[in-house]
Ligand binder design. Structure first.
Ligand SMILES: NC(=O)C1=CN([C@@H]2O[C@H](COP(=O)(O)OP(=O)(O)OC[C@H]3O[C@@H](n4cnc5c(N)ncnc54)[C@H](O)[C@@H]3O)[C@@H](O)[C@H]2O)[C@@H](O)CC1
Ligand SMILES: Nc1ncnc2c1ncn2[C@@H]1O[C@H](COP(=O)(O)OP(=O)(O)O)[C@@H](O)[C@H]1O
Ligand SMILES: [K+]
Length: 498
C-alpha cells in the first residue's frame, strides 16, 4: 500500500471528485461517515460526553460533519471552533451553517478567554488541523492544543494529530491517544520521533478513487497482509526436505548459545527443509538437546568461533547472533565473507564486526540483508538528527553497498537503494530477549526457500510481528517470549493464507 505526501493526497482528493463526478462536500461526507463508523464501533456508550475541536479548514469540516452524525445517533456532542483564521474553507463554512441549523452547541474560540473547561467531557475529537498544516502552530490554536494535551482525556485525532508535520520533525502537536487516518498512510504517523503525538494509528477506507491512487508515484510503502499473502509461495505436493532449502546459522559463543538455538528453530519453523548451526564446541550439546531437528557443525575452538569451515552447501546463511567480537572471530568472519557465495543475513555481532571493519562491507553479496536495531545502525552509518535524516542516510548506505537494511523497531523499516517499506504488524510484546535472533532465523529460512531478498525481508518481518498480534489475547504482552514467536509462526501462516 502506498504511503503518500500531503500534496499527493490533495491531488487524489481532487481526482476522486472529478473521476467520480461528486462534489468535495460529498467526499467530506464519505470521509466523515467512515470516521463515524469507526468511532461508534470503538465507543458504544452514547452517554460519554464528546467534544469536537474543529479548525477552519477541511479537517475542521470533517469534525463538524462527524459532530452532526454523532448527535443524530444519540451522542452528547459539543463543538468548539478554534478560529485560528477568519478564512474558512468553503466546505467547512457550509458545515458550520448545517451544524447550527441542527442545534448542535457550538462555541467559537478566538482568544484565551474563550478556552473552555474540559472537565465535563470524556472524549475529545481533534479536528483542528489535518494534512493542510504548513507552518508551526502558534496563537490560539497552540493554546487550545496545550489545554487538550493537559486534559488527560481520550483524544481521537481525525486524519493526523493536529500540528503533526508531514515532512519534517514535529516539535509541537496534539498528543492523540488514537489517530484515525483517512485511507492513505502518511509516513509521519509511523516514525519513532512522533510516538508521543500519534498514539495507536488506524486506517479507514473513505472510498478514494483507485485509479487516482495507482497513478501516484512513491518510494514509500506500508506493508499489508494482502501483499504478503500474494508473495508467499504455495507448498508443492511433491516437496521434500531437499527442495525446501537449507539454512545455515553461524553464531554463538560461551553463555550466548541460546541465540543460535532460537534462530535455528525459527528457521525450521518458517519452513526450510534443513537447518544446520555452525557453533563453537561448547554449543554442540546445547543445540542438540534443545533442538534435535538441527544439524550441527562444530568449530575447532571451545568458547567462540575461530574458523568458519564447513563442507555443506547452504541455500542461505544467517550470521552473527551471539557471535562475540573477539579478534579470532573477526578474522574468521572476514575469511568467511571472502569465500561466501550464498545469500546472506547479518545480525547482532556480525553487524558490530562490520562496523569496526567497514571496508569488509564491499565483500557482501549484492542484496545482503542487514538487520540492525537503531544502535547497531548508528555504528554502521553514524548518527542522525531526526527520523527523516535517518531514513535518507540509511537509503544512501543501502545504495552504496547494494544492501537491504531491516531497521528494527515498533514499525520496522525495510530500506533498499530505492524504496522504504514500513511494517504494519507487531506489538510491544516483541520487545523481549532473543526476539531479533528469531527474526534472523525467519528471514534466513525464507531466503533459503528461494524468496528474493526483498520479499524475504518483507515477509519475514511481517510474519515475526504478526505472531505478537495473534497472541495478544492469549499471552500477556509482558510474558510473551522469543519462543512464543517461534511457536506462533504456523498461526501467522494460517492467518495470512486465510
Ligand atoms: N475533499 C475533502 O473535503 C476532504 C477532506 N479531507 C480532510 O481535509 C484535511 C485537509 O484539509 P485542508 O487542506 O483544508 O487543511 P487543514 O484543515 O489541515 O488546515 C487548515 C488550514 O489552515 C491553514 N494553516 C496551515 N497551517 C496553519 C497554522 N500553523 N496556523 C494557522 N493556519 C494554518 C491552511 O492554510 C489550511 O487552509 C485532511 O486532513 C482531511 O481531514 C479528507 O479527509 C478527505 C477529503
Ligand atoms: N514496541 C515494539 N513494537 C513492535 N515490535 C517491536 C517493538 N519493540 C521491539 N520490536 C521488535 O522486536 C525485535 C527486537 O530485536 P532486537 O532488538 O534485535 O532484540 P534482541 O537483541 O533481544 O534479539 C525487532 O524485530 C523489533 O522490530
Ligand atoms: K486533526
Amino acid at each position: 500500500m502506498k504511503i503518500l505526501t500531503a500534496e499527493q493526497i490533495r491531488e487524489i482528493d481532487l481526482k476522486t471528485t472529478t473521476y467520480e463526478n461528486i462534489s468535495s462536500l460529498e467526499l467530506m461526507k464519505r470521509a466523515s461517515k467512515a470516521f463515524f463508523d469507526w468511532f461508534t464501533t470503538r465507543f458504544t456508550d452514547k452517554n460519554l460526553p464528546v467534544s469536537v475541536f474543529s479548525g477552519t479548514g477541511n479537517n475542521g469540516g470533517d469534525g463538524l460533519v462527524v459532530a452532526r452524525m454523532l448527535q443524530k445517533s444519540g451522542y452528547k456532542v459539543n463543538v468548539f471552533i478554534v478560529e485560528y483564521s477568519q478564512h474558512y474553507s468553503e466546505d467547512c463554512a457550509h458545515n458550520v451553517r448545517r451544524a447550527k441549523v441542527e442545534n448542535i452547541p457550538i462555541k467559537k474560540i478566538t482568544s484565551t478567554g474563550d478556552l473552555p473547561s474540559l472537565s465535563g467531557f470524556e472524549i475529545i475529537i481533534d479536528a483542528i488541523f489535518g494534512t493542510g498544516l504548513n507552518r508551526e502552530v502558534t496563537g490560539i490554536a497552540r493554546e487550545v492544543i496545550e489545554k487538550i494535551n493537559r486534559s488527560g482525556k481520550k483524544i481521537i485525532s481525525i486524519d493526523v494529530p493536529s500540528g503533526l508535520s508531514m515532512n519534517g520533525k514535529t516539535y509541537f502537536a496534539v498528543h492523540a491517544t488514537e489517530t484515525v487516518t483517512m485511507q492513505i498512510p502518511k509516513l509521519a504517523l509511523y516514525l519513532p520521533d512522533n510516538r508521543n503525538f500519534t498514539g495507536e494509528v488506524y486506517l479507514i477506507n473513505i472510498g478514494l478513487n483507485e485509479t487516482a491512487i495507482s497513478d501516484a508515484k512513491t518510494a514509500f510503502y506500508f506493508i499489508t497482509k494482502q501483499e504478503i499473502k500474494e508473495l508467499l509461495k504455495p507448498l508443492d505436493k511433491f516437496a521434500h526436505k531437499g527442495t525446501q532449502g537449507h539454512s545455515l546459522l553461524i553464531g554463538g559463543s560461551i553463555g550466548k548459545m541460546g541465540s543460535v538455538c532460537l534462530a535455528s528453530r525459527a528457521a525450521l519453523k518458517t519452513g526450510c527443509g534443513l537447518v544446520t548451526a555452525y557453533v563453537p564446541k561448547c554449543g554442540t550439546s546445547v543445540l542438540q538437546s534443545a533442538f534435535p531437528e538441527a544439524m550441527v557443525v562444530e568449530d575447532r575452538n571451545d568458547t567462540h568461533i575461530t574458523g568458519i569451515d564447513f563442507t555443506i552447501h547452504p541455500d542461505a546463511v544467517g550470521a552473527g547472533v551471539g557471535l562475540s567480537e573477539s579478534p579470532e572471530t573477526q578474522h574468521a568472519f572476514y575469511r568467511f565473507l571472502q569465500q561466501n557465495k550464498s545469500p546472506l543475513v547479518i545480525d547482532a555481532d556480525g553487524l558490530n564486526i562490520l562496523s569496526k571493519n567497514k571496508e569488509w562491507l564491499a565483500l557482501l553479496p549484492s542484496r545482503t540483508i542487514l538487520t540492525p536495531h537503531p544502535k547497531e545502525l548508528s555504528r554502521l552509518i553514524g548518527v542522525w538528527n531526526e527520523d527523516y535524516d535517518k531514513i535518507y542516510k540509511t537509503r544512501e548506505f543501502a545504495k552504496k553497498y547494494r544492501l537491504i537494511i531491516v531497521l528494527k523497531g515498533a514499525y520496522t523499516l525495510i530500506i533498499d537503494s530505492e524504496n522504504v517499506y514500513v511494517n504494519s504488524s507487531g506489538t510491544p510484546a516483541l520487545a523481549t530477549a532473543g526476539s531479533g535472533d528469531v527474526l534472523t532465523g525467519i528471514i534466513t529460512s525464507l531466503l533459503a526457500q528461494g524468496y528474493e531478498p526483498l520479499d524475504a525481508a518483507k515477509a519475514g518481518v511481517f510474519i515475526h510481528g504478526l505472531t505478537a498480534n495473534l497472541s495478544a489475547t492469549k499471552i500477556h504482552a509482558r510474558s510473551f517470549t522469543a519462543s512464543d514467536i517461534i511457536d506462533n509462526i504456523g498461526n501467522a501462516y494460517f492467518d495470512i493464507e486465510k
